[in-house]
Design a protein around this ligand. Structure first.
Ligand SMILES: C[S@@+](CC[C@H](N)C(=O)[O-])C[C@H]1O[C@@H](n2cnc3c(N)ncnc32)[C@H](O)[C@@H]1O
Ligand code: SF4
Length: 488
């Protein structure tokens, strides 16, 4: 941006707009991933070449397309691609295709070390007990699964059972992530999700008895939600002793029921800011430490797993005893999102798989990679992407940035840091840029300001697009999952 005043004007223009505050997991957002017909063999060869310079481990995300039907559709708020679940046959068929997609990538991933595995969706706990070992077998068909690796499976409260959790654990899954969203029955009704609070507690009890670490996703800023309801939910979940809680601000967008019919019932951005502040205070008072704008961890817990998948997503380039090392993400399956970073001088690609199940199946039947579209990073885009990811961890290590990019992140974005420093949202020190106070809630505004000039350039070059692709959501996502409207 031109100068500090321009950044302040940008903040004033956008800070009250609800949709300005969507968490940004990377740059650019998938709205800009417009390259089709990507030559995957060349992308994979480029990945192999880049890995000779900076070796990469892989964070594996395995998607499942299906969700229980709800009224309103898609839980009223969900921006993730999904297909309606009608029965086991769909899952068996999907697993066959997943395996076939794995066959296409096997040779390219030969010798690649896995860093973590995340089964997300959609709803990954719709599988029956005998299908969890099958899922792990399919992964083993492509990768060696190292011992001690973190393997997470994400699901909804009403479709966990003791038998399933046992099957998950016996097949090698080490952590459960449960999407609770809210506990209050009246609020849950608005989403059409047929879940009850007792199913949440029962699942957490089973996990504790089995020694399976569990994390819980909650959303605040729900239509008609009061601060009292939010605090009650947080206190109730914290009292279960769960070691990780995500507390996302509801993202309202697209053609969801909430966006179309419930806008008038939503708290304003200022009210959401108040909810964020109070939520953070409540969780910190109960021994949780904030690690991202929305992740809170109990670090007193003696965890067999360390939430590695999310952690590595925030720090894709690190250094080990042998020098620099990177972490690519491969999104395997329906709607999977992949980041093959390349190197700072020769950046790689981000791409997403098909978000319509029939298209996904068709590509595989025709022996084509099931990739829908993607983005070829330029060096400045890769720098912004990695900066966005680091900022998810609430700060940037200046020396690490300099080591990888040969640039000082403070000099590169001087006006932006100065303006946000004036607001008390950012602090620059010799070794770090740290995001502070309300700046954590407004991190998307900081990210948008950092990328402003580059996005303007890109918009000028791109033709207007009719593709409806809101921002990717948190682990979210799995961190790597896009939000794309598919069910019409
Ligand atoms: C796509 S869901 C998949 C997990 C599972 N199907 C469920 O519904 O819990 C993953 C997480 O994304 C978050 N999420 C989905 N849509 C969201 C939205 N519109 N705003 C904020 N968070 C959202 C939820 O917290 C959810 O637990
Ligand atoms: S919130 Fe979860 S269950 Fe609901 S539609 Fe989205 S992915 Fe499916």
């Amino acid at each position: 941006m031109r100068n500090v005043q321009a950044v302040h004007a940008f903040v004033e223009k956008h800070r009250r707009r609800r949709q300005s505050n969507k968490v940004l997991h990377g740059h650019p957002s998938p709205t800009h991933w417009l390259e089709r017909d990507i030559a995957m063999p060349e992308v994979l060869r480029a990945r192999a070449r880049a890995n000779q310079e900076i070796p990469k481990r892989v964070n594996l995300y395995v998607g499942t397309p299906y969700c229980l039907p709800t009224e309103p559709d898609r839980c009223g708020f969900c921006l993730f691609p999904s297909e309606i679940y009608t029965g086991r046959r769909q899952l068996d068929e999907y697993l066959e295709y997943l395996e076939r997609e794995g066959d296409m990538f096997r040779d390219h991933f030969a010798g690649t070390e896995l860093a973590s595995i995340y089964f997300g969706g959609g709803t990954s706990n719709l599988y029956k007990t005998d299908q969890y070992p099958r899922l792990m077998e399919i992964v083993r068909g492509v990768f060696d699964i190292p011992p001690q690796i973190e393997v997470t499976l994400e699901g909804i409260p009403q479709t966990f059972s003791h038998d399933k959790l046992l099957a998950m654990q016996q097949s090698g899954m080490t952590r459960i992530s449960m999407g609770v969203q809210v506990l209050d029955d009246e609020l849950i009704k608005a989403s059409g999700r047929k879940q009850r609070a007792d199913q949440v507690f029962q699942t957490l009890e089973w996990c504790a008895a089995l020694g399976l670490p569990a994390s819980v996703d909650l959303i605040f800023g729900w239509p008609k939600q009061t601060i009292e309801q939010m605090v009650r939910d947080l206190e109730t979940i914290a009292a279960t002793g769960v070691t990780h809680i995500t507390h996302y601000e509801l993202n309202v967008a697209g053609r969801t029921d909430f966006a179309r019919h419930r806008r008038g019932e939503l708290p304003s951005t200022e009210e959401n800011l108040e909810m964020y502040r109070i939520g953070k205070t409540v969780l910190e008072a109960r021994g949780y430490t904030q690690v991202t704008p929305y992740d809170f961890e109990r670090q007193d817990a003696n965890l067999p797993s360390s939430y590695l998948y999310e952690e590595l997503f925030r720090r894709p380039f690190q250094t080990d005893g042998n020098g620099p090392i990177g972490f690519d993400a491969w999104g395997w399956g329906y709607a999977g999102i992949s980041f093959f970073f390349g190197t700072p001088r020769s950046p790689g690609w981000a791409f997403m798989n098909q978000v319509r199940i029939d298209e996904y199946f068709r590509c595989i039947r025709e022996h084509r990679f099931p990739v829908m579209r993607g983005f070829h990073y330029t060096p400045p885009d890769l720098r912004l992407h990695l900066l966005f990811q680091e900022l998810q961890g609430l700060g940037v290590d200046r020396a690490a940035y300099r080591r990888f990019f040969g640039l000082d992140v403070v000099e590169e974005h001087e006006t932006v840091w100065t303006a946000f420093g004036d607001l008390g949202w950012v602090r620059v020190s010799d070794d770090r840029v740290t995001v502070l106070g309300d700046g954590v809630f407004y991190l998307p505004l900081i990210q948008n300001a950092l990328a402003y000039d580059r996005l303007m350039q890109m918009r000028k070059k791109q033709p207007a697009t009719t593709v409806s692709v809101p921002e990717p959501m948190p682990v979210l996502a799995a961190p790597a999952t896009p939000a794309v409207q598919t069910r019409e």
